[in-house]
Design a binder for this molecule. Structure first.
Ligand code: PMP
Length: 384
């Protein structure tokens, strides 16, 4: 099976696992029990990981809060701002193609009284900045717009959104789960106030993530998990030291790879696959005409049974239809729907997301398999 679902999750790097291992069996102290060496080792390891994670996005270590992942991060940011800033206003803005961790959280707030605007996107998956500007009003407290979409890889105008928010004195929260470690992100030289991300999308372990909260903004966010006051009171709970250590190492690796431009190696591989698929005809590339992540291609196949296509592909290729994060069922993807794609077409839409372990052989293998599968499922099509 060739793995082409790096947006769903990535394998852990070997050196990440090696860094984590001693913290399970040898250096197992509680990072908050620093009166003896064992606890101190853990605290030091967490401090080091915080530096590594902060470095990757050019933040200060004190601006990093460790969480259990981006779902928790988005919950902390959105619920936290809503609770802390209620007296300033009741309006929050997002768009229809955000991850469910954002949309569900905002829908919950809507049920308990918040006024939430879900902006439309165009057929490329882009928001309209003028519309965003017009939607902002005196009651607006938060704009939640992701950096890059998990299904299509489409990149939002991050800098422009930040400027609009700054101009209107509104907080800007960005779910950058799919972008951190893939494209350079520099929080110091941008206007984002809160940024969420996750280790398992960048060759780190699952179940650990981080929220960047710009210095001075902690009072604008109400903690959602209360208790022993860990993470500066922003997120209580004994720290998952091995996972945090692994996250740190993964961030360090990602930083090196960003500097060496290793990710640019992905573009030719992705393009090879994409060009082949487009050349087949009876397909459409979704989100093709805008800035996109280097490793994602989202393709609708026409005149084919989507369920059979995915089932046949999955015998050889780990790819997903719609969003893997919520596609245990073949529900129509809300992202594709918002882009104006019919539910029938969405069912036969496949997301290919490659990563640093993808080889040219993998691409050739995928191309050959796809050719065969399309020929058998579309017997009348002479092109395949
Ligand atoms: N946001 C985006 C854009 C994602 O792609 C994901 C993971 N699919 C999440 C949030 C949730 O992240 P986690 O799995 O760390 O909770």
């Amino acid at each position: 099976l060739v793995y082409m679902d790096y947006n769903a999750t990535t394998p852990c790097d070997r050196d990440v696992v090696n860094e984590m291992l001693p913290y399970f069996t040898q250096m197992y102290g509680n990072a908050a029990s620093i009166h003896y060496d064992l606890g101190w080792y853990s605290k030091t390891a967490v401090d080091n990981a915080r530096k590594q994670v902060a470095n990757l996005i050019n933040a200060d270590q004190l601006e990093i809060i460790f969480t259990s992942g981006a779902t928790e991060g988005n919950n902390l940011a959105i619920r936290g701002v809503y609770e802390a800033c209620k007296s300033k206003g009741n309006h929050l803005i997002t768009c229809k193609t955000e991850h469910k961790a954002t949309l569900d959280t905002l829908e919950h707030l809507q049920r308990i009284g918040a006024n939430v605007t879900f902006l439309d996107v165009d057929d490329r998956g882009m928001i309209n900045l003028d519309e965003l500007g017009k939607t902002i009003n005196k009651e607006t407290i938060l704009v939640c717009l992701m950096y890059a979409n998990n299904e299509t890889g489409v990149i939002h105008p991050f800098a422009e959104i930040g400027e609009l928010c700054k101009k209107n004195k509104i907080m800007f929260m960005c779910d950058a789960t799919q972008a951190v470690g893939k494209v350079p992100i520099d929080v110091k030289n941008s206007l984002v106030d809160i940024l969420t991300f996750s280790a398992h999308k960048m060759y780190g372990p699952k179940g650990v993530g981080a929220v960047f909260i710009k210095d001075g903004h902690k009072t604008d966010i109400m903690p959602q998990i209360t208790g022993g006051g860990h993470e500066n009171g922003m997120r209580s709970g004994t720290l998952n030291v091995p996972a945090i250590v692994g996250f740190g190492k993964a961030a360090e690796n990602a930083m090196k790879e960003l500097e060496s431009n290793a990710n640019s190696k992905l573009v030719p591989l992705r393009n090879q696959l994409e060009d082949f698929l487009i050349g087949l005809g009876e397909v459409k590339l979704n989100g093709g005409n805008v800035k996109r992540l280097p490793h994602v291609t989202n393709i609708s196949f026409f005149n084919i049974d989507g369920k059979r296509l995915l089932k046949s592909l999955n015998k050889f290729l780990a790819v997903s239809s719609g969003s893997a994060c919520s596609s245990a069922s073949l529900d129509t993807s809300h992202v594709l729907k918002a882009m104006g794609i019919s539910s029938e077409t969405a069912q036969s839409t496949i997301r290919f997301s490659i990563g640093k372990y993808t080889t040219e052989d993998d691409i050739d293998f995928a191309i050959n398999k796809i050719k065969g599968i399309l020929a058998s499922l579309r017997p009348m099509n002479t092109k395949t």
